[in-house]
Design a protein around this ligand. Structure first.
Ligand code: ADP
Ligand code: MG
Length: 360
């Protein structure tokens, strides 16, 4: 007997059942087709057994839909054996899906967590990339600015250089003044070299030459004389073994100058002295710059060498250590920092005996 008989031929009841079952069938069919197309579109990346599982799931959905379609058919036509066949197929497919789902629940759970984690990491990576981009832009700005500055200061520097030359050559200039003018001219030479190479990083062309690190350390003490005197701190130099390396002299001095200046700035006025300890070995020279100043917070140790990082506010520019790392690495050396807040800092530079790396 068709269902319509059971439902007492109540047209409202019949049509409610027919329409709802019809909609359910069409929805299940659509879900099934969508899953098929999903498998087709992702077949390159999805594993084969996953594809089978999704296809089985799609068939299970459409089988469920067919039972609803049969409800519509059997409303008027009593094809109950076909209805029963649809039920058998649905039962088999639903059992398959249920078993597969239980077997895969662990993998599914893991995959979802893994995916969520990767999404979170992707956010971090994006942030990191944005930061790198920002740093790159800063460097680009700095490069442009330093090129302009180098260009602008070159002419007055040339003038000073010529005047110092004239002082040395003028008859009757006291010998002491000639010596001082020569030292000043050498320093101006160095500044000109830096300015020509736009602060030694951009388009630098100097060639490596033998550099005595103890002489460089002495010249750093000379150059920082005013700072050392005003803070009433001493700078001691200890040298052991052969401390001559092959490097770009101006750059080596710039490195030591930056590190020693930081050490002096970290030391309180009248505080304990800063020392430069040079130790030569066959492979290279270790330079340890030791201070007993404020020390460095461990939280910022990792960021010390980043371009523009400073804790000195308006007084700092955060270029010193960045350039140190840049120059030392280019020479094939290394730089490391150990520090105890409140007790002091040791910056250790290692210069290889000879540097084959040309200047950038
Ligand atoms: P700047 O000196 O312009 O701040 P640097 O690149 O030379 O830039 O140094 C970066 C930061 O590293 C400094 O602001 C300071 O916080 C820290 N630093 C470097 N050397 C020392 C040191 N010897 N003792 C304590 N802090 C230091
Ligand atoms: Mg500095």
């Amino acid at each position: 007997m068709p269902h319509a008989v059971c439902w007492k031929a109540d047209p409202q009841l019949i049509w409610t059942m027919v329409v709802t079952n019809g909609i359910t069938f069409l929805s299940y069919l659509t879900i099934c087709l969508t899953l098929f197309s999903l498998v087709r579109r992702t077949r390159k990346i999805i594993q084969r057994d996953w594809a089978y599982f999704v296809v089985g799931f799609a068939l299970f959905i459409v089988a469920c839909g067919t039972t609803h379609l049969m409800e519509v058919v059997t409303t008027w036509t009593p094809l109950f054996w076909i209805d029963a066949a649809a039920n058998i197929i649905t039962a088999l497919l639903s059992a398959y899906v249920a078993i597969m789902l239980i077997r895969r629940s662990h993998t599914i759970g893991f995959s979802i967590n893994d995916y969520a984690e990767r999404l979170a990491n992707a956010e971090n990576e994006k942030l990191q990339m944005q930061q790198n981009l920002l740093a790159a832009r800063k460097i680009e700005d700095w490069s442009r600015m330093s090129t302009a500055v180098a260009h602008e200061i070159n002419n007055p520097l040339e003038a000073i250089h010529n005047l110092l030359y004239l002082i040395q050559r003028t008859q009757g200039t006291p010998r002491e003044a000639v010596e001082l003018a020569k030292t000043a001219a050498d320093e101006v030479d160095r500044v000109m070299e830096i300015s020509r190479s736009t602060l030694a990083f951009f388009r630098h062309t100097a060639e490596p030459e033998p550099v005595d690190l103890s002489t460089v350390a002495e010249s750093v003490r000379f150059l920082l004389g005013t700072l050392l005197a005003s803070k009433r701190i001493s700078l001691e130099i200890h040298s052991e073994g052969d401390v001559v390396i092959e490097a770009i002299a101006g750059e080596v001095r710039q490195v030591l100058l930056n590190v020693v200046r930081n050490a002096c700035e970290a030391t309180a006025p009248g505080g304990p002295g800063v020392s430069i300890n040079l130790t030569g070995s066959p492979a290279g020279v270790e330079v340890a710059i030791v201070d007993h100043g404020v020390g460095i917070d461990p939280a910022i140790l990792a960021t010390l060498f980043q371009f523009g990082f400073t804790t000195k506010g308006e007084q700092g520019n955060g270029i010193g250590l960045w350039s140190v790392k840049h120059i030392v690495t280019r020479h094939g050396g290394t730089v490391s920092v150990t520090s105890i807040p409140g007790e002091g800092t040791t910056v250790t530079l290692w210069w290889p005996r000879s540097s084959s790396a040309p200047s950038a």
